[in-house]
Design a protein around this ligand. Sequence first.
Ligand SMILES: [Zn+2]
Ligand SMILES: [Zn+2]
Length: 124
Amino acid sequence: MGRTTQQKLAIAAVLEDAESPLTPPEILARASKAVPRLGVATVYRALRSLRKEKKIVIVEIPGEPPRYETADRGHHHHFFCHGCRRVFEVPECSAKLAELAPPRFEVLDHEIILYGNCPDCRPA
Ligand SMILES: [Zn+2]
Ligand SMILES: [Zn+2]
């Protein structure tokens, strides 16, 4: 197995194991444990390639750097903590959201980001 393949597999594995979407520096830090001498340019290259293969998707939160997660997680949302600026996965959704649209409008999709404090950052 070539080094490029090995690097890409390590980066894919980091995203598989991740509990929430990660930024490229976070991916680099975790993948470096499996593949020494990994650089951020390599991480970006692997992410581009994995996106093209539709194995990962980008998670965009306004004003935040892009994060990445695996594409197979199903419908879910995200919670952004103002305290630690971490992003958490929110598995729940509500079918009632489609009812927010005016009469005769057909809702096909939605995007929701919850903002607030995670349990670690919540004032006691
Ligand atoms: Zn927090
Ligand atoms: Zn939803």
